[in-house]
Ligand binder design. Structure first.
Ligand code: HEC
Ligand code: HEC
Ligand code: HEC
Ligand code: HEC
Ligand code: HEC
Ligand code: HEC
Ligand code: HEC
Ligand code: HEC
Ligand code: HEC
Length: 298
């Protein structure tokens, strides 16, 4: 029986080599030395992925769409060594000695970021500078809190879906998205990543856009301009003074059921003569702004 080895992936890798070469200018890899510089044991020789899988048979990539298969392991190529050793460093001193090889989870957050950033600092939407501003960067397990080096899930996540992944650490969010009023996340219409970028801290709360701009991207009708503005809703950072972003046990994701308006209009006593609220009693119905009435009547 022929031995399974990585050369099975070479035809597919051909196209990917091309892609890698195209990507290489933006990722800043030029030579093998350049690429390997900084790895522990960088003085060791490269052995090639085929050698690794002689002992680590369980780690032969099972599909062309696995991380290892994406990474060129053609020993004839200028990028030789980018296979297993692209993440584990040169294996020449290893041959079974755990000291002689990089085991990524043993690195600190900074080390893991450096390791993955060798290839990913400019790859598509991920940006190292934005990452360094994020709360997630503060995590000790860093990229590996969400991605596995050998995962088969989409985006090489550690969980089957991105939402399930987020819930593993943000457990209370599952309850929020089950409240009476909620953004339709479990319904599959929006995802955590509709509003958050797990890799970027450019905007507060790792949001994908600044403050109300985020909400306007889907609720454009609330942006105005209105002839009669309600500064609470149009001043630029107002949506979350009245609405929760995830879920609420009050209708319309409201933060307060009755005293919502009294947060600011302290001079208006809640009237015992009007059933309901300032808006649901039929008065100030266009609370986000109106083109017909200065008091936001319909
Ligand atoms: C994209 C980076 C990457 C590539 C490429 C890669 N690995 Fe890994 N490897 C990891 C990470 C990260 C872990 C830690 C476990 C995890 O996240 O899956 C790991 C874990 C391992 C382990 C287990 C270590 C332990 O704790 O026992 C072995 C063995 C291993 N890899 C071998 C290989 C071999 C062989 C190849 C080539 C076929 C390879 N790896 C390619 C990133 C990578
Ligand atoms: C001659 C057999 C052999 C070869 C070749 C080999 N390994 Fe290993 N590797 C081992 C053994 C044995 C261990 C120790 C397993 C243990 O401690 O449970 C190990 C451990 C590891 C670990 C875990 C290290 C740790 O800190 O626990 C990683 C990662 C790894 N190997 C990756 C590789 C990579 C990548 C290559 C190719 C460059 C490679 N190995 C080549 C036999 C080998
Ligand atoms: C909090 C979880 C989380 C952390 C931490 C994380 N990622 Fe991701 N990553 C994701 C999710 C979810 C996706 C799927 C697409 C998306 O939502 O952006 C993704 C997608 C990617 C992609 C695919 C390309 C893209 O941007 O769409 C790359 C590359 C990537 N991550 C690399 C990294 C690296 C490198 C690190 C560490 C510096 C890292 N990620 C840290 C969750 C995370
Ligand atoms: C040796 C270069 C290299 C290293 C190091 C590397 N990757 Fe990758 N990674 C790639 C290539 C090539 C692809 C596939 C091309 C693409 O998706 O644009 C990829 C794809 C990905 C994707 C996207 C998968 C998808 O479905 O879109 C994620 C997520 C990712 N890598 C995370 C990581 C993490 C986390 C690390 C650090 C443990 C890491 N990578 C280290 C080269 C690398
Ligand atoms: C490995 C654990 C872990 C995973 C998985 C994880 N997070 Fe986090 N996240 C944290 C920690 C720890 C913090 C900082 C403390 C906090 O705010 O809860 C944080 C903070 C955040 C913040 C607040 C940022 C700020 O500036 O206040 C957002 C938003 C966030 N995560 C979104 C996500 C999303 C979306 C996902 C899924 C793609 C995700 N997280 C997956 C651990 C994780
Ligand atoms: C409709 C947009 C939207 C969706 C979808 C969304 N978020 Fe948020 N999230 C926000 C906004 C806006 C904030 C900031 C809230 C504030 O400033 O009051 C926030 C804040 C957070 C925070 C930090 C503050 C807190 O409430 O703990 C975390 C963590 C978080 N979100 C995680 C998640 C996770 C995990 C998911 C998916 C399960 C998710 N978010 C889905 C808009 C969203
Ligand atoms: C990615 C698109 C998207 C973003 C961004 C977004 N929403 Fe939504 N929002 C929706 C969808 C979809 C619904 C459900 C609409 C429906 O049921 O008709 C919704 C519903 C709502 C509702 C009504 C909920 C109910 O129970 O009736 C409110 C209030 C709301 N969003 C406020 C906000 C606020 C505030 C923000 C900014 C923090 C925001 N949305 C950001 C897509 C989005
Ligand atoms: C002063 C409090 C207040 C502010 C600020 C506010 N809202 Fe509302 N919003 C409400 C109330 C009250 C309702 C319920 C109206 C109803 O039931 O007729 C509502 C309902 C909604 C709805 C669902 C019904 C509809 O009209 O589509 C959406 C979506 C919404 N708001 C988005 C936003 C966005 C986006 C912002 C930021 C620009 C915002 N809101 C700012 C009070 C507010
Ligand atoms: C975050 C603070 C804030 C909240 C909460 C708020 N408002 Fe306002 N509202 C204002 C400001 C500021 C003005 C402009 C006042 C001015 O020009 O004197 C205003 C003006 C108004 C006006 C126009 C008449 C006037 O006094 O100028 C009406 C009507 C109104 N708000 C109704 C509501 C209703 C109904 C709610 C609850 C759904 C509400 N407001 C919640 C801040 C707020």
């Amino acid at each position: 029986m022929p031995q399974r080895n990585l050369s099975w992936f070479l035809p597919g890798a051909g196209l990917l080599v091309l892609i890698l070469i195209l990507l290489s200018s933006s990722a800043g890899w030029t030579t093998e030395d350049d690429y390997m510089a900084g790895y522990t044991g960088a003085d060791a020789d490269l052995t090639g992925s085929d050698t690794c899988v002689m002992c680590h048979r369980d780690y032969v990539p099972e599909s062309l769409f696995s991380h290892q298969a994406y990474i060129d392991n053609d020993t004839g190529s200028e990028y030789y060594g980018f296979g297993c050793e692209g993440c584990h460093g040169p294996g020449g001193n290893h041959m079974g000695d755990p000291e002689g090889i990089i085991n990524p989870p043993m690195l600190d957050a900074e080390g893991i970021t450096d390791l993955c950033s060798k290839c990913h600092s400019n790859l598509r939407t991920y940006d190292l500078q934005e990452w360094n501003l994020s709360e997630h960067y503060m995590l000790d397990d860093s990229c590996l809190g969400c991605h596995g080096g050998h995962s088969d899930y989409d985006d090489f996540l550690t969980y089957e879906s991105s939402e399930e992944l987020c819930y593993t650490c943000h457990m209370e969010k599952r309850a929020e998205f089950n409240m009476r009023s909620h953004h339709p996340l479990d319904e599959g219409i929006v995802g955590c990543d509709s509003c958050h970028n797990p890799h970027s801290g450019v905007y507060d709360g790792q949001l994908v856009a600044d403050s109300d701009e985020l909400c306007f991207s889907c609720h454009a009708d609330k942006e105005g301009p209105f002839i009669y503005d309600h500064p609470a809703a149009t001043a630029g950072d107002g949506c979350t003074t009245c609405h929760f972003a995830h879920g609420s046990n009050t209708d319309s994701l409201l933060v307060l059921p009755h005293r919502l308006c009294l947060q600011c209009h302290t001079d208006k006593e809640p009237s015992i003569h009007h059933p309901g609220t300032c808006w649901s009693s039929g008065c100030h119905v266009d609370v986000h702004g109106s083109n017909t009435h200065p008091l936001f009547f319909d």
